[in-house]
Design a protein around this ligand. Sequence first.
Ligand code: ZN
Length: 253
Amino acid sequence: MRDAETQGLVLYSRNYKEKDKLVKIFTASFGKRMFFIKNFGKSPFASSLQAFTDGKLTATINDSGFSFIEDVSEVTVYKNINADIFINAYASYIISLADAAISDNQYDPALYAFLKRSLELLDQKFDMEIITNIFELQILGRFGISINFAECAFCHTTTGPFDYSYKFNACLCKKHFDEDLRRTHLDPNVIFLCNLFQEISLDELKKISIKPEMKQKLRQFIDGLYDEYVGLHLKSKKFLDSMQPGSWADIMK
Ligand SMILES: [Zn+2]
């Protein structure tokens, strides 16, 4: 047990007993922790502890059991994430990915910063699908997955077009397509964009414009990678999938 100050981002909260709440917060200094808030409705921190809220916490951090908050200050609320059902759905999905990617209590300030930056960009109305794809590809390493989209697995050429092979868990250049007769037959731009998204820093991200058709191809390919290598079943992802064009969500636009 120790008293500490840290930045923290609220991932979610849930009711606990009659009036209390458990709030899961990704802290910069102590990883993800579960905080117990007694009588949440009357807590002075209730509004500072909504999902997608970032703030400076003064807290008692326990390595087992719940942690406790003494104060929250310098609170940042992501207004557009809260107000827009679409942005909210993307933000919820990347938050649940970050939650699934590392264990609780694991120190990971880089992931905290990456998540926070991604939410900031979503809140600033950057392209939601692109931010999400970048997040999905860059967080793969936390799940123990490393894929090289930059070169052919056989001859290491960095000149495309490339296709993806699940047999070799790698990219193939044109000369080596025959190595895997069941290669994916992807649009080569998908691999090009995956490589770009894997390398890019969110701080350097300029406006990228991608056609809906290409976005759809990226979505399918990244879903395939997650099915094959990660195997998560997140409610937030199901909800996001239910909002795709042609669904009920069209009437909300
Ligand atoms: Zn090759």
